[in-house]
Design a protein. Structure first.
Length: 302
């Protein structure tokens, strides 16, 4: 569903931009042609800039390290470059390019696998750089595209459970879970519903609104409402959970996260919380240090 929607949006924007450009060039109005073309193709950059202004303002009392102007500018530019790669190419057109790797048995058996859980308004295409590395290394992996798009986060639990079972069956080992944004909350919902602490090696979250996100007030889907700052659903995620549960988590967060702010809300008390400076929300998922340290967990025994 999401891939079709993003294909439609991408093609409409491309057609509109090219149509505007050609029409006004044909009339000899070069400045207007270029201005309209740039407004259509780069208008999202202005929306991103607004998010960074809000991040800076809302986060002025946040205990996390404050970003400097150069960090905010660099993160904004990083997201301007990264967002179209994800939302206009990988997810709408290339989501199925790399299939889940669950065999052959002689290659993956006895080697820890990975379940990758994407976030809001994403699909498995988000993970393409991760899938390429895992495919090259020979580790088993499964990356489900969660549906329904605007449903309850609880509805993603059976899809995560199926992916965990597939990877565990293929490798004989409990998998590593890698989760971006809302995907980290989906993993916590899976832990709660399935009481699955013993069935997972470790859970890595990347820019997950563990304590809610200020911008979620504008989300009107059920999953958007569940990510609001004062959401009752999110407050109940840890009810009845063992005290050792946070030790299962490594939570990566950025002081320049333009979607999850105040940025310390991407941390989880008792977890191993890791700060990356100067990376925006989507860009953070592909930070080299984060990817390297996360994939190194595949060879860890603890």
């Amino acid at each position: 569903m999401l891939a079709r929607l993003q294909r439609f949006i991408t093609l409409v924007l491309a057609a509109s931009a090219c149509g505007w450009l050609l029409y006004f060039l044909g009339q000899g109005r070069i400045a207007l042609a270029l201005a309209g073309f740039l407004a259509i193709t780069l208008g999202y950059a202005a929306l991103l800039a607004i998010e960074f202004v809000l991040l800076w303002w809302i986060g002025r009392f946040d205990p996390a390290p404050r970003p400097g102007a150069h960090e905010l500018l660099g993160a904004w530019w990083g997201e301007v470059v990264t967002a179209p790669q994800v939302f206009c190419w990988r997810q709408p057109f290339r989501a199925g390019r790399i299939a889940d790797q669950l065999g052959p048995p002689e290659r993956v058996r006895g080697r820890r696998g990975v379940v990758l859980v994407h976030g809001f308004f994403c699909n498995r295409g988000l993970w393409t750089p991760w899938l390429e590395r895992l495919q090259a290394s020979g580790h088993a992996f499964a990356a489900p595209s969660l549906e329904p798009l605007f449903g309850s986060i609880d509805e993603y639990v059976p899809q995560i459970e199926a992916a965990v079972e597939q990877v565990t069956r293929a490798t004989g080992l409990a998998p590593l879970l890698v989760c971006h944004s809302m995907g980290g909350l989906a993993a916590r919902a899976w832990l709660r519903q399935m009481k699955a602490e013993s069935r997972v090696h470790h859970i890595v979250t990347i820019g997950t609104p563990h304590q809610g996100a200020w911008l979620a007030r504008f989300g009107h889907g059920l999953n958007g409402r569940q990510m609001r700052l004062q959401a009752d659903w999110r407050a109940q995620l840890d009810c009845g959970m063992p005290a050792s549960r946070p030790a299962l988590f490594t939570c990566w967060y950025s002081n320049c996260d333009n979607l999850v702010f105040p940025v310390s809300n991407a941390t989880l008390p008792g977890a191993r919380n890791r700060l990356v400076r100067g990376k925006a929300h989507v860009q953070l998922a592909f930070a080299a240090q984060l990817m390297d340290e996360t994939l190194a967990l595949l060879d860890a025994h603890a």
